[in-house]
Design a protein around this ligand. Structure first.
Ligand SMILES: *[C@@H]1O[C@H](CO)[C@@H](O)[C@H](O)[C@H]1NC(C)=O
Ligand SMILES: *[C@@H]1O[C@H](CO)[C@@H](O)[C@H](O)[C@H]1NC(C)=O
Ligand SMILES: *[C@@H]1O[C@H](CO)[C@@H](O)[C@H](O)[C@H]1NC(C)=O
Ligand SMILES: *[C@@H]1O[C@H](CO)[C@@H](O)[C@H](O)[C@H]1NC(C)=O
Length: 448
């Protein structure tokens, strides 16, 4: 998914009527975002290794409705100069892109650093800086080297070391020029979709694999963060985070409030609480709920692996801003005993025993479950402030799916206008908390 980044704290807002035009102050930064597999193409040039996305779509082209794949994609590996030019023409302040692990490290390990891979990202970073556009780098965006997947991927605790070693190479090559970093994009997507048959590597292990993954993504992020903090931050002073996707959830009736709170912890808290909360670790209610489920099902250990107290401390506080990917909202309703529930995270959850729906008043998009409810963003920013007290939020993705590629893009214009208004109502009308530095940004995803 793509990305708009902005920021920040903000104010109370209920009832804040914004009389101004939708105009943003100079410190507010706009950006666009992409992901390596979605734009680079050049899947087999030079010494690039195979990624899980390359392999999944080569093995089964039916995984994509129109049978397209990323072999060529937007051809950004060849056409990066034009991309940079477009960023400049759009007047962007920032451009977020990801590094392909198997392009930079063809074996997945730092024993071999690809000369071509390294130059490609050097050129892109320098090209952006020449135009005055801030490069914002995602170290990992869903495309694991297939060789590491064959060794167990995100379900193998060794990946904590593999990822940290990879991140160290990335920092040592680019940290002199890159000041904004996301370690992992959407750990929810890596784990819940990757082990729920919905994203590469298209595995089915929603009982166990996805929860092993859940712990390992947090540990990998934290180790990379600590490494940067120790070895690179004193000299370069960049900012790091992890991009969490967060659908907003509303209860269908007042009786559904408790399960809606649990759903938020299940969707976002499993990836955010350990990092952003004052106490760290898993959200306590959710951890207990999942441990009870595991026990009832006869597992001798909780399927969501506990943290040791050292691990809690390692992970806690490993952020410089909250990186938020926000797209849509869902309405939560408890399922009746024995009632069929839909598919996580779109239409329901068996683990939680819930249905997920759209409110009939919300505008529809090209994807059935994806509906437009801009106020959800405002509620979510409020929730992040009150739950974690984070001082700076960068919206690293926001956008909607459409089915026609025409230039008359009115649905997208309405969508962005609606969401930006909600953002602005929350954060700017109050004129509170103007950031000290010009670090705030909104980034719209999909440049190309
Ligand atoms: C953010 O949370 C703090 C502490 O809970 C509160 O004092 C503050 O008013 C909140 N800010 C906004 C903008 O809601
Ligand atoms: C390929 O993907 C389609 C769509 O998800 C699925 O129905 C089919 O079973 C898959 N084929 C194989 C061989 O896995
Ligand atoms: C790379 O893949 C393309 C298909 O995307 C194919 O046409 C080409 O022959 C391949 N090149 C090499 C060197 O294997
Ligand atoms: C919902 O759709 C209507 C009709 O196309 C449009 O006028 C309105 O702006 C849309 N609202 C949002 C929030 O996108």
């Amino acid at each position: 998914m793509t990305f708009v980044s902005v920021i920040v704290f903000s104010a109370l807002v209920a009832g804040c009527v914004c009389s101004e035009q939708l105009r943003f102050p100079a410190w507010f930064k706009f950006g666009a975002a992409s992901a390596a597999y979605q734009v680079e193409g050049a899947w087999n040039v030079s010494d690039k290794g195979l990624s899980t996305w390359d392999k999944s779509l080569h093995d089964n082209s039916s995984l994509v409705r129109d049978k397209s794949n990323g072999d060529v994609a937007c051809d950004s590996y060849r056409l990066w100069r034009r991309d940079v030019q477009m960023c400049a023409e759009l007047g962007l302040d920032m451009y977020r892109f990801s590094i392909s692990w198997s392009r930079l490290l063809p074996t997945g390990f730092p024993n071999l650093i690809s000369e071509d891979g390294r130059n490609y990202y050097n050129n892109l970073i320098d090209g952006l800086l020449e135009k005055g556009i801030e490069p914002f780098v995602t170290i990992y965006h869903f495309d694991l080297p297939q060789d590491l997947q064959d060794l167990g991927g995100w379900a193998n605790p060794q990946i904590i070391t593999w990822f940290t070693d990879y991140a160290e190479v990335v920092f040592s090559l680019y940290a002199d020029r890159v000041k904004y970093w996301v370690t992992l994009n959407e750990p929810f997507g890596i784990c819940d979709l990757g082990y729920g048959g919905k994203s590469a590597p298209f595995l089915y292990s929603d009982k166990v694999g996805r929860y092993l993954c859940n712990k390992h993504v947090l540990m990998a992020h934290a180790k990379a963060y600590r490494l940067y903090e120790k070895q690179f931050k004193p000299q370069y002073n960049g900012k790091l985070s992890i991009s969490n996707i967060f659908f907003w959830f509303l209860p269908a009736t007042p009786d559904d409030q408790d399960v809606t709170d649990l759903t938020k912890e299940y969707f976002e808290g499993r990836f955010g609480h350990a990092i952003y909360s004052k106490k760290g670790g898993w959200p306590p209610k959710l951890e207990q709920f999942l441990a009870e489920n595991s026990k009832k099902e006869g597992y001798p250990h909780p399927r969501l692996p506990p943290f040791t107290s050292e691990e809690v401390e390692l992970v806690r506080g490993t952020y410089d801003f909250y990186a938020l990917n926000h797209y849509t909202s869902r309405v939560v309703r408890k399922a009746q005993p024995g009632e069929e529930v839909g598919e996580w995270p779109y239409t329901g959850s068996k683990e939680l025993g819930i249905h997920l729906d759209s409110d009939p008043s919300w505008n529809k998009t090209a994807v059935k479950w994806f509906t437009v409810y801009a106020e959800g963003l405002r509620s979510e920013l409020h929730y992040l402030n009150s739950t974690y007290g984070v001082k700076e939020i960068i919206i690293t993705e926001n956008g909607l799916p459409t089915s026609d590629d025409g230039l008359a893009d009115t649905d997208r214009i309405q969508y962005y206008k609606g969401y930006l208004e909600q953002y602005k109502v929350r954060s700017l009308c109050s004129k509170l908390h103007r950031p000290k530095q010009d670090t705030d940004a909104a980034r719209i995803r999909t440049l190309l």
